[in-house]
Design a protein around this ligand. Structure first.
Ligand SMILES: C[S@@+](CC[C@H](N)C(=O)[O-])C[C@H]1O[C@@H](n2cnc3c(N)ncnc32)[C@H](O)[C@@H]1O
Length: 383
């Protein structure tokens, strides 16, 4: 096989540019330029972007590029569903449609609620169809790659060991995303389990209080259930026991409350594990909240250069392996979430090529990217 991924159709292979979505016409392919072939000196053959302005290239293998192409195909269908909803709402009034689209772009970029309400977007903003369109365009890649990387790390520690018998028994495995929204983390689960545990059949459920995510989640082939985090009762809501849960970008904002921690700790007794994916490296209070209720917290990222809680596994009365530096893993999406601010000896999870993995450094300078000497500082609100 061509090591540079011959046969993979890249959406666009032009060099990185600051192509702000503000100028992008709605008809343009929403993933144009998100995946491209890497410059010749790079060790991995493809680069992709998680960020809106395509400033920070990450690297991946041909297999990673193929996964991304499939993700784009899924997400394009969701954008089409959203576009037809907007079209209906605007009764073919082009000016009204443009207003919805640009309001969505504005909400996505400005995050007006982040200062006052300490949430990225308010529920009213999540409900905005233009914001949902932007969310699907930009969060799909980040959520997919982060969940896939989290699953590779969790798998290496035996978190999915029970799936071998589920596959043999041809048993359905149920995975619920708590506050799952459109559910791109579940698309990573589907692709990962299909690739690594091909015998299992999956029931993937996005649980979210915001009913208007239903069309997107169902467009991705997921089940969607309107559900309030405050109520718990995950298995009841899903219609049966849960094998695995995911809390992707919801733990700090919506789960670090006594009432939620109470039911979460109780229900974890019947769930093999919950993958907890965050942007915050320091979640001491949140971890203590669940640990004080008998939950074990397994950290998937290295801790020897400072606390890093961005990828965790919560479980009860299960034994998984702790992190070990003995066998660095070959990651499909190296440096996800970005760890370039750690010294190279601290990075436990390298790319297949073992070298520069792209992304960015804490000081704001890009790595393994478009060859610029420096880049603007990382935007801390980009999530
Ligand atoms: C940052 S988004 C995360 C969505 C998805 N998990 C992801 O990673 O892209 C937060 C989600 O939590 C949902 N949410 C907020 N409050 C909730 C609640 N009380 N119960 C359930 N979902 C809630 C929002 O509607 C939104 O979809």
């Amino acid at each position: 096989m061509d090591p540079r991924g011959a046969g993979i159709r890249t959406v666009m292979s032009a060099p990185a540019q600051d192509t702000s979505s503000r100028q992008a016409p709605a008809s343009q392919d929403v993933f144009a330029g998100v995946l491209r072939r890497a410059p010749p000196a790079q060790q991995l053959p493809f680069q992709y972007f998680q960020d809106r302005n395509k400033r920070w290239p990450f690297s991946t293998s041909a297999a990673g590029a193929e996964l991304l192409q499939r993700l784009f195909a899924d997400a394009r269908k969701v954008v089409e569903i959203i576009d037809s909803t907007i079209q209906q709402q605007c009764a073919a009034d082009d000016a009204a449609r443009e207003r919805v689209l640009s309001a969505g772009v504005e909400l996505y970029a400005r995050k007006p609620s982040i200062k006052n309400a300490d949430v990225t977007w308010s529920q009213e903003e999540y409900r905005h169809i233009g914001l949902q369109r932007e969310y699907v365009k930009f969060k799909s890649v980040q959520r997919f790659t982060e969940t896939w990387a989290c699953m590779e790390r969790a798998d290496a520690r035996g978190v999915f060991a029970s799936l071998a018998s589920a596959a043999q028994q041809k048993r359905e495995v149920r995975v619920a995303s708590l506050g799952g929204g459109p559910g791109f983390e579940l698309i990573a689960v589907r692709e990962y389990f299909n690739a690594k545990y091909p015998g299992v059949t999956l029931d993937l459920v996005s649980l979210d209080v915001e009913e208007s995510w239903r069309a997107s989640a169902e467009g991705l082939g997921l089940r969607f259930i309107q559900w309030d985090m405050k109520d718990g009762g995950v298995a009841r809501a899903c219609g049966g026991a849960i094998d695995f849960a995911i809390a992707s970008y919801v733990f700090k904002m919506y789960m670090c409350e006594n009432d939620v921690a109470d039911w979460f700790a109780r229900e974890l007794a019947d769930i093999t594990a919950c993958l907890v994916i965050n942007r915050d490296e320091k979640l001491q209070q949140g971890c203590e909240l669940v640990q004080s209720r008998g939950v074990d917290v397994l950290k998937l990222l290295r801790q020897d250069n400072g606390r890093d809680d961005r990828q965790l596994v919560f479980s009860r009365d299960r034994t998984f392996e702790s992190w070990t530096s003995a066998t660095p893993m070959a990651m499909t999406f190296p440096n996800v979430p970005y760890e370039e601010h750690k010294t190279s000896s601290d990075r436990g999870h390298r790319g297949g090529g073992g070298g520069a993995a792209g992304g960015w450094r804490r000081d704001g300078r890009s790595q393994g990217g478009a060859g610029r000497p420096s880049a603007p500082p990382r935007d801390p609100s980009r999530w």
